[in-house]
Design a binder for this molecule. Sequence first.
Ligand code: DGL
Length: 270
Amino acid sequence: MTLSASLPIGLFDSGVGGLTVFKAVRDLLPRETLVYLGDTARVPYGVKSKDTIVKYTLGAAEKLREQNIKALIIACNTATSAALPTLREYLGSIPVIGVIDPGAEAAVRVSENKKIAVIGTEATIRAKAYQKAIARISPGTRVVSRACTLFVPLAEEGWLSGEATEKICEKYLGDIFADADAPDTLLLGCTHFPLLIPALRKVVGEKVKIVDSAKATALRARDALEAANLLAWEKSAPDRFFTTDNPERFARTGKLFLEGKLDEVELIDI
Ligand code: DGL
């Protein structure tokens, strides 16, 4: 298939978390038409095996290919860490952009004491995706990593602040940031986590830099499209949102991510 600049960009996540990346792409590239797919029927991916995550991700990529996308952004760290090479092979000439390398580069850029705490889902941390990316970019940087499994349901549920959420953040991260020698950077290695920043801030304090991959991924996508001569001149159609279960719930929670701007959500199966 011949790719053309007027075709949409596909974005995929296991649920609503990838909307944090969607927002960054929409802000940076307002002329692009975006098609988002959240696999809410199968979320969370982060506690599943690699084979299962790859299988789900391929199903989602196929659905987006049917929408004639010109590029795919995997707006999910778990799917990126498990399936990026497989997806690139599967989609052939369609550029595939993951969130791990852009996020790792952003964290390395801001860390002054060269100590970075990475948090993500169990699958992302188990795959050592960020640890490997940071070691490649900046071999001298020390990385502490932790799976924060409960953050995904908290974000999907819209429990973004309050006593219970802050206690859970403290339980996961309190010890990492307790001593004077602590990391100066917290890398959010899951696209759901930026929603919890106010609660996380209470645990890590004001000085720690909190980094996520959304903006860096949007920049990476722009560069990839530019290099392939695929940047759109004008928006060709309204953005579309697909979900594999319960569109009403997706719209309700999604509004928290997109700050009140979420149009119609369409139900599909993958
Ligand atoms: N948003 C996904 C990520 O960035 C994880 C959510 C899940 O566990 O499905 O890793």
